[in-house]
Design a protein around this ligand. Sequence first.
Ligand code: FES
Length: 151
Amino acid sequence: FGAPDWPAPGDTLSPVDQPKETLRTDAIQAGAPPMLVCPRKPDGQLRKSLFSQLLLLRLSPESAGPAAGQLRAFTAICSHAGCVVSSWIPGENFFLCPCHGSEYDPARDGAVVGGPAPAPLPHIPLKDVSGIIVIAGHFSARPGGRTGRTD
Ligand code: FES
């Protein structure tokens, strides 16, 4: 086991199912379900590990809080037991983990709003560089499942 291949500042983003595409800010519609993406290093290599995958979405302009209408990215790894948070609850606009039903609100920095998750979904800052989505910093907390951890 090496260190997780975390997204890093300067990485661009590609859809997991279309890895040759580099995502532009105008490609992400407000209020649409999240897209599962993987980061690409500045040298062109994709970060392929599960731990590097992100949920990318643009919050609806009507969502609560200062991030309304903005692009946001969160780890795809559930803070409960480490499943991929692969579902979405339309209308509520919550991420849903299919393993044990944890729900997270992307409009409130990934806060837990249902299920057994013990911690919010960590997020990572983004910026727009000439219309391209670029990672601008580091995760707000260490991603990964907490179940069974003793620290
Ligand atoms: Fe996501 Fe348990 S791993 S709810």
